[in-house]
Write a protein that binds this ligand. Sequence first.
Ligand code: HEC
Ligand code: HEC
Ligand code: HEC
Ligand code: HEC
Length: 167
Amino acid sequence: MFVATSCQPWVRWKKAEKDEPLLLLDDNAQTAAGGADNSRCHVCHINFAMEKLAVTHARANIGCEHCHGESDAHCGDEDNITPPEIMYPESKIDAACLKCHGDRMKMTTKHKAVLAGTLKKTCTGCHGEHRMSHRTRRWNKETGELISDDKVRMLTDDMIKGEKKKD
Ligand code: HEC
Ligand code: HEC
Ligand code: HEC
Ligand code: HEC
């Protein structure tokens, strides 16, 4: 029988940055420190358990769900074709960050060019490693429509046909 978890190895471990200690060894460390509990998402997105942007915000009690929605359907979809509730097309990233960081941003020279629009880089272009190096499915980040995927399903066509024969 199939086990009722659909975690496949789409998650690639990122090398820890040279001078950085492992930010987080397990979810207990994170919750013990009073941060947001991201363990629901780590089940499949284990590499984000040590990713700087996610960890910094989790420590400030801003979990994955704050930025991506509760995404119950995404978490529960065995075939993983249901997108999370909130995704970020490039054009929406900066505005989402500036909702909270607007004031402090003005203070640093590093950001003047960014805010003035002379340096074309998104916030996440400099902050964190908040990107997957390998994708098995892609959604339209505006509409949530599935654009492409590797067609791997928990229930393969053969299994479905087998089921039907039994009927
Ligand atoms: C402070 C808000 C914020 C938090 C917290 C956050 N994310 Fe994100 N996430 C974003 C933004 C913005 C993007 C778009 C980044 C980009 O495209 O450069 C993104 C993109 C992603 C992507 C897609 C990357 C890609 O390659 O397209 C994944 C997967 C993801 N986040 C998972 C998570 C998980 C899992 C957590 C918690 C462990 C988390 N995020 C926490 C804001 C957040
Ligand atoms: C809901 C509010 C909120 C949103 C949205 C948010 N942040 Fe934050 N961010 C915080 C808080 C709170 C902290 C931790 C306290 C602090 O350092 O200000 C923090 C910390 C940070 C830090 C570390 C600051 C330091 O002093 O080390 C960076 C960098 C950062 N955020 C970047 C981003 C980026 C990039 C985005 C967009 C993807 C984003 N934040 C979205 C609230 C937010
Ligand atoms: C060109 C690269 C670059 C871009 C783009 C960029 N930052 Fe930064 N940011 C930096 C550097 C460098 C620092 C200072 C070192 C550090 O804390 O990482 C910094 C610091 C910060 C801090 C901490 C400030 C503090 O007072 O300690 C926050 C918060 C932050 N950035 C948010 C953002 C947000 C939000 C955006 C998008 C609107 C953004 N950054 C875009 C390079 C960048
Ligand atoms: C059952 C496994 C599973 C769980 C649990 C899960 N995800 Fe995902 N998630 C996936 C898969 C699979 C992808 C697509 C990865 C790929 O392309 O290979 C994905 C992609 C994403 C993306 C990228 C969307 C984009 O912009 O393209 C975000 C954001 C995301 N997940 C957020 C979350 C958050 C937040 C949670 C927790 C609330 C979560 N996921 C829990 C399996 C899961």
